[in-house]
Design a protein around this ligand. Structure first.
Ligand SMILES: N[C@@H](CCC(=O)N[C@@H](CS)C(=O)NCC(=O)O)C(=O)O
Length: 238
């Protein structure tokens, strides 16, 4: 059997975490090059090599390699892994629903990132602090409630418990969105969570899943920090 290999930036959960959660929940082994030292063939050099030599050429991580197959983009990786890890339903319609939701999550994740980097990723946060304040204010007032409201209704449509009616990678990703938002915007989330009981219940249920609970307690789970996709700057919160 070909092994699963994940390439991502070391030292931050980022978008790689959506993929890690799928492997961890399924209990399927994977090679995580972000957790391997450069001198042992991992880290940034391994990532740079796959970005340069991988085909089809990936633009940015996360990147998954599985034998001769290479997949980039978080949603595409999860679409590929879902059926293989038992984290996608059997029917086409619900697989498409999971992928559609994952793409919406990708849109949201980018907006979360843009709260601290509204002008450009090539600039430091400190160089765009004022714009970040305006962007985060609008995010907290409009975009976060709109996306969270959408996810809440998706749960409601599917019976309340799971995003697409059965446990899937989409549930794991919604969990990661919730914990990321709680890290970045603890005050805003204390307010917003009151209006999204199904999302809160889903996040709690995912957190209780035995393999996820073990993973979260392990040193494999990288903490959020201020060099990542999701950052905590108190001046950007309520
Ligand atoms: N749509 C892609 C976005 C990938 C992405 O933006 N990756 C970030 C790290 S989380 C990156 O390294 N981007 C480099 C760049 O945009 O120049 C996905 O969902 O995986």
């Amino acid at each position: 059997m070909d092994r699963y290999e994940l390439f991502y930036w070391p030292g931050l959960p980022g978008r790689g975490e959506f993929v890690r959660l799928a492997f961890e929940d399924a209990g399927v082994p994977y090679v995580d090059y972000a957790k391997i030292a450069p001198e042992d063939g991992g880290g940034v050099p391994a990532l740079q090599k796959i970005l340069a030599e991988g085909r089809p050429r990936p633009f940015a991580p996360p990147v998954l390699r599985h034998g001769d197959t290479l997949v980039a983009h978080t949603a595409s990786i999860l679409e590929y892994l879902g059926p293989r890890l038992g984290l996608a339903p059997d029917d086409d319609a619900r697989r498409r629903a999971a992928h559609q939701l994952q793409l919406t999550i990708a849109d949201f994740v980018l907006e979360v990132h843009d709260t601290h980097h509204p002008i450009g990723s090539a600039l430091y946060y400190e160089e765009q602090r004022e714009e970040a304040k305006r962007r985060a204010e609008s995010f907290r007032a409009h975009r976060a409630p709109k996306f969270l409201g959408h996810f809440e209704r998706v749960l409601e449509d599917a019976g309340g418990e799971h995003a697409i009616g059965v446990h899937s990678y989409a549930d794991l990703s919604l969990f990661q969105v919730m914990v990321g938002l709680r890290y970045a915007f603890p005050r805003a989330m204390a307010r917003l969570e009151r209006d999204h009981p199904r999302l809160v219940a889903l996040a709690a249920a995912v957190e209780r899943r035995p393999r996820i609970a073990a993973y979260l307690a392990s040193d494999r789970r990288a903490p959020f920090n201020e060099s990542g996709l999701v950052r905590r700057y108190p001046e950007l919160d309520d």
